[in-house]
Ligand binder design. Structure first.
Ligand code: WTA
Length: 638
C-alpha cells in the first residue's frame, strides 16, 4: 500500500492545510479517490450546522470492509492484519493475516445472516479484547448491520439502557473476559441486562474463559456452533452489502453533561476516509510497521485506531487483551519487545501509573523497535511527557499528542510524527480539513494568538458525527446550539503565540477519569439510587494518576448509627452496579446541605474549588441561600 496523500514535510503540511481550507471539496475528493468505491459520489459535501445536516460523498456506494480487507488481499494477503497478544503472556499469541481475517469475517458475516440479522439492524457487541471482537465489528459492517460496541466494564444497567435506546435485537458477547488477574463474567452481565430487554432475539456467545454460563433456549447460541453450521453450508464467501456513503456504520454511546449517554452516530464513507487519513498522517505509518494502540475497542480510540484506520491502510494492528500492570508493570514494554512494535499509542493515565513503578520494569526490555509514540484521551502533564520521551522513546521518537473526541471520529488536532514539532502538553496544530476557532462565553470569536477560549470547529470534516441515535434534536442542542454555526467541543483551549493549541480540559459537566468520559449527572443519578441518599453533587478534582478523580458530596439520611465507611462502600457499589466500576467515586463527603442559589441551583463552582483544595478562592458566596453550608463543607473536606 502506498499513501499518496501522506504528508512528508512541514512545507507539505502547510500546503495541504491551505488547500483544505481554500478548496475543501477538491481536497477531500483527492484523498477519497484513493479508496475503493462501488460508485463515485455526486457531491463531495453538503452541510448546514444549524439543522445540522452533514453529508460527505453523497450518492457514493461502498462497503468499508472491502476497503479494510478485500482490496489488500492481492498484495498483503499473507501479511499480518492483526497480531493478538493475550492477557496471559504464557498463552500463545495469534496472528491473523489479511487473508485469514477475510475468511473469518465473511464466515461470521454468514453467521449473522443465518441468525436473521439484516442491513440496518442494530447489534450490541459486549466482548473482551479478543480478535473475534474485531471480527464481529467487521462482520456487521460487511452486511450493513449497525454495530454498537459497549465497553466490557459497563454494568448490566448501562447495557440495558443502550440496548433500549438503540432498539438492538441482537447481542454478541463472550462467556467471560480476562483482564489481568480478574475474570469478568460477560455473559452473566448480559443475562442481567436482558431481564429488561425482552425484545432481544438472539445472543451469540463466544467461548473464551469457559466460565459456566446459562444458555437460554431459542435465544442464546454458541459462536463456535454457528460457525460449524456455516462451514457445512459450504459457502465460504459473503458478498459485501452495498452501502450509501451516508448509511450508518456504527453507534457508540458516550457521556455528556446530562444524565443519559448519547448514541453518537458515524457513517460509512466520511468516517473511513477520515480515520485512514488521520492514521497515515499523524503517526506517519509506513507499510510493514507494527502499530499498537492500547485502547479498548469499546471506546472510539479502539474503533478508529485499532480497527478502521489501520486496517483500511493495510497496516498491522496489535490487539492486546490484558492490562499494563499484569503480570507486572513491564507488560507494555514486554509486548513492544516481543512483537517489535513501531508505534505505541496510549493514554497519559497509563504512562503516569507506570511511572510510579520506576525504571526497573522498563529496563528489562528492548524498546529499540519504537519509532513513534502517541497519547490520547486527556491532557498530558509535562512530567509524564518527559518520562515517556526519555525512558520509552529514548529521546529519538516523536510524541504525537492527539486531541479528538468520540464525536469527531478521528484525530483533529495533533502534531504529525517527525513532520511538525511536538511541544510538551500541546496538541499543537489542526489536521488539514480542520478549522478550529476559539470563542468567548458569548460566542464571540477570540482572535489572534496568545489567547484562550472555548474550542469550536467552524467547518465540517468527513469523520464528524451525523446525529445522536434516535434523537436528532439532542445532537443539535448538544453540539450546534451553544454557538451559532459552530460545532462546540465542550473543551477549553489556549492558543499560544505561535498558533499552537493546548487543550485545558472540559468546560462542561463531563469528567475525564483515567481518559474515560463520565458525566457528573450520570454519577449523581446512580448515587441517588442508593437508599438513604437524599441528594448528591459530583465534581472532578485533580488526581495524580487518573488525571481527574470523582468527588461526591452526599446528603445521607440513613439510620442514625450508620458507619460512614460502610455507607461509602455501599454507595460506591451502587454506582458500580448502575454504571460500572469506572464511575465509582474516589471520595465521598457527607454533608448536611449543598450550596444552592435562591432559585435552587447547586453552585458547582464552589464545590469544585473545595474539592480542588482551593478553599480560599471560593469567590462570591453571597447569592447562596444558606452561606453557612459552605463553611461546614470546607471543614469536612476529605
Ligand atoms: C479529552 C477520546 C487533552 C477532551 C478520543 C475531549 C484530550 C475528550 C485529548 C473526549 C488530548 C482527548 N489532550 N484532552 N490529546 N484527547 N481529550 O470522547 O476533553 O472519550 O473532549 O474521546 O477527551 O473523550 P472521548
Amino acid at each position: 500500500m502506498s499513501y499518496p496523500y501522506q504528508i512528508r514535510s512541514a512545507e507539505q503540511y502547510q500546503a495541504a492545510y491551505k488547500k483544505s481550507v481554500d478548496h475543501p471539496e477538491e481536497f477531500w475528493s483527492d484523498v477519497a479517490s484513493h479508496f475503493q468505491w462501488r460508485k463515485p459520489w455526486d457531491k463531495v459535501l453538503e452541510w448546514d450546522f444549524k439543522k445540522p445536516t452533514i453529508k460527505w460523498f453523497s450518492g457514493a456506494k461502498l462497503n468499508i470492509t472491502e476497503n479494510c480487507i478485500d482490496r489488500h488481499l492481492e498484495k498483503l494477503g499473507n501479511k499480518p492484519a492483526i497480531i493478538w497478544e493475550p492477557n496471559d503472556p504464557e498463552e500463545y499469541h495469534r496472528v491473523l493475516t489479511y487473508r485469514e481475517l477475510y475468511n473469518k469475517v465473511v464466515q461470521f458475516a454468514n453467521v449473522l445472516k443465518n441468525n436473521g440479522i439484516r442491513k440496518g439492524d442494530r447489534v450490541c457487541i459486549y466482548m473482551g479484547m479478543v480478535p473475534e471482537l474485531a471480527i464481529a465489528v467487521l462482520a456487521c459492517a460487511r452486511i450493513g448491520a449497525i454495530h454498537s460496541v459497549v465497553f466490557g466494564g459497563f454494568s448490566a444497567q448501562s447495557i440495558a439502557d443502550r440496548l433500549q435506546d438503540a432498539k438492538a435485537e441482537f447481542v454478541i458477547t463472550c462467556d467471560g473476559a480476562y483482564r489481568g488477574n480478574k475474570e469478568i463474567p460477560l455473559k452473566g452481565v448480559i443475562d442481567d441486562a436482558l431481564v429488561q430487554c425482552p425484545f432481544v432475539k438472539r445472543v451469540i456467545v463466544l467461548t473464551r474463559t469457559r466460565t459456566a454460563v446459562s444458555m437460554i433456549k431459542g435465544r442464546d447460541v454458541w459462536w463456535e456452533d454457528e460457525i460449524k453450521k456455516v462451514e457445512t453450508q459450504g459457502n465460504p464467501d459473503c458478498a459485501a452489502e452495498e452501502m450509501d456513503a451516508e448509511d450508518m456504520l456504527f453507534i457508540l454511546y458516550t457521556s455528556g453533561s446530562t444524565g443519559k449517554p448519547k448514541g453518537v452516530v458515524h457513517t460509512c464513507g466520511g468516517y473511513m476516509v477520515y480515520t485512514n487519513y488521520s492514521f497515515v498522517n499523524v503517526f506517519q505509518y509506513q507499510p510493514g510497521e507494527v502499530f499498537f494502540c492500547t485502547a479498548d475497542i469499546g471506546w472510539i480510540t479502539g474503533h478508529s485506531y485499532i480497527v478502521y484506520g489501520p486496517l483500511s491502510a493495510g497496516a498491522t494492528s496489535l490487539l492486546f487483551e490484558g492490562v499494563p500492570t499484569w503480570p507486572d508493570a513491564g507488560r507494555f514494554w514486554d509486548v513492544v519487545d516481543k512483537h517489535k512494535v513501531n508505534t505505541l499509542y496510549t493514554a497519559p493515565t497509563a504512562i503516569r501509573s507506570l511511572m510510579g513503578f520506576g525504571l526497573g520494569p522498563v529496563e528489562k526490555h528492548d524498546l529499540s523497535s519504537l519509532k513513534v509514540l502517541g497519547t490520547v484521551g486527556e491532557p498530558i502533564n509535562e512530567e509524564a511527557w518527559h518520562w515517556y520521551d526519555e525512558h520509552i522513546g529514548k529521546k529519538k521518537c516523536p510524541i504525537v499528542d492527539t486531541w479528538w473526541q468520540t464525536e469527531t471520529g478521528g484525530i483533529l488536532i495533533s502534531n504529525m510524527a517527525g513532520i511538525t514539532p511536538g511541544i510538551p502538553s500541546f496538541a499543537t496544530l489542526p489536521l488539514p480539513g480542520v478549522q478550529p476557532i476559539l470563542v468567548d462565553e458569548n460566542g464571540k470569536e477570540v482572535e489572534g494568538n496568545g489567547v484562550s477560549g472555548n474550542l469550536c470547529i467552524k467547518f465540517p470534516w468527513p469523520g464528524m458525527l451525523r446525529t445522536t441515535y434516535g434523537d436528532h434534536e439532542r445532537c443539535r442542542q448538544n453540539y450546534f446550539a451553544t454557538y451559532d454555526n459552530l460545532y462546540f467541543t465542550g473543551d477549553g483551549c489556549l492558543r499560544d503565540e505561535n498558533g499552537n493549541y493546548r487543550i485545558t480540559g472540559r468546560v462542561d459537566d463531563v469528567l475525564n477519569v483515567s481518559g474515560h468520559r463520565i458525566g457528573t449527572a450520570e454519577v449523581e443519578n446512580a448515587i441517588n439510587m442508593h437508599t438513604g441518599v437524599v441528594e448528591s453533587a459530583v465534581v472532578g478534582y485533580p488526581h495524580d494518576i487518573k488525571g481527574q478523580g470523582i468527588y461526591a458530596y452526599v446528603i445521607y439520611q440513613g439510620s442514625s448509627d450508620h458507619d460512614d465507611k460502610l455507607v461509602r462502600q455501599d454507595i460506591a457499589q451502587t454506582v458500580a452496579r448502575i454504571i460500572g466500576a469506572i464511575a465509582k467515586p474516589d471520595k465521598i463527603q457527607f454533608v448536611s446541605g449543598l450550596p444552592k442559589t435562591r432559585s435552587g441551583k447547586i453552585m458547582r463552582r464552589i464545590l469544585r474549588k473545595i474539592a480542588e483544595g482551593e478553599t480560599d478562592k471560593l469567590g462570591d458566596t453571597s447569592t447562596l441561600l444558606d452561606p453557612s453550608v459552605v463553611e461546614e463543607i470546607k471543614n469536612g473536606k476529605l
